[in-house]
Design a protein around this ligand. Sequence first.
Ligand SMILES: [Zn+2]
Length: 251
Amino acid sequence: MSLQDLDDVILRAKKGGLKALVAVTEGGREFEKVINLSKVYPGFVFPCFGIHPLQGSAQDLHSVKIQDLEPFLPLFQKYKDDIVAVGEIGLDFTPWYAKTTQERDEQIEVFKKQLEISKELHLPVNVHSRSAAKVTIATMKEQGIRQALLHNFAGRPSVAMEGVHAGFCFSFPPAVTRNEQRAKLIKQIPLEHLCLETDSPALGSDKHVRNEPQNIILCCEYIAKVKGVSADRVMEVTTRNAFRLFTKLKV
Ligand SMILES: [Zn+2]
C-alpha cells in the first residue's frame, strides 16, 4: 500500500462519515506500524495490539504459539498509553489449522495471556473466533472480561446470547451482506450490543475487491434492514456503543 493510497483510503473514510478508526494487528511485527499510523492520523486512527490465533501468511498460516507473543510483551507496556484495546486476539479452531489438542491448548494459552494484559491495562478486547464460539465466550467469562467486541462472530444465536448477557458487543463486516446466514444472529442480538466493522482489507461485500473503512455504511444498512429500523438509528446506537466500549477514543 503506497502512502498516497493510504491517504486516499483515510480521506474516503472521513468523507463517508467515520469519526474514528480502530486499527488492529495480527502479529507483533505490526505493533509499531499501527503506532506510526496513529501518529500520522492523530485523533482518527487508534491503535490496538494483539497476536491473532493464526500466524503467518497465506501458504504458511499456522496456529499461534506462545513464542509468537513473548518477544512482544514489553511493547504492550511501552505503548500502554497509546493503545485503545488489546486485539485482534482469540481462538481459531478451523480443523486444518488447529489439528491437534496441543495446538488448540496453545491458542488458549496465548488468548488467556492477552486477556490478562487487557485487565492489567484496563483495556477492552477485540476478539476473533472461528469454529470456537463456545470456548471463546466461556474463556472470556472465566477470566472476568467485561469490555469486549466479538468481531465477525459466526456461532449459534444461543451462544451469542451468553456473550450478550456477559455484556459483550458484536460486530459484523460487509461480507455478511453476501448471504442470509448471519441474519438470524443479527436479528437476535440487541442493537445496544452491536457495533460496525469492516475488517478491511478482508471481508468486503465483494470477495474480489479490496475492502476499505468507508464501506462501513454497508453493514449499517444491512443491520437496519434485518432489524427493520432506520439506518440513522443503527448509526446512532452503534456509534454510542463503540464509544462506550472503546473508552479511550477521543475525537
Ligand atoms: Zn478476525
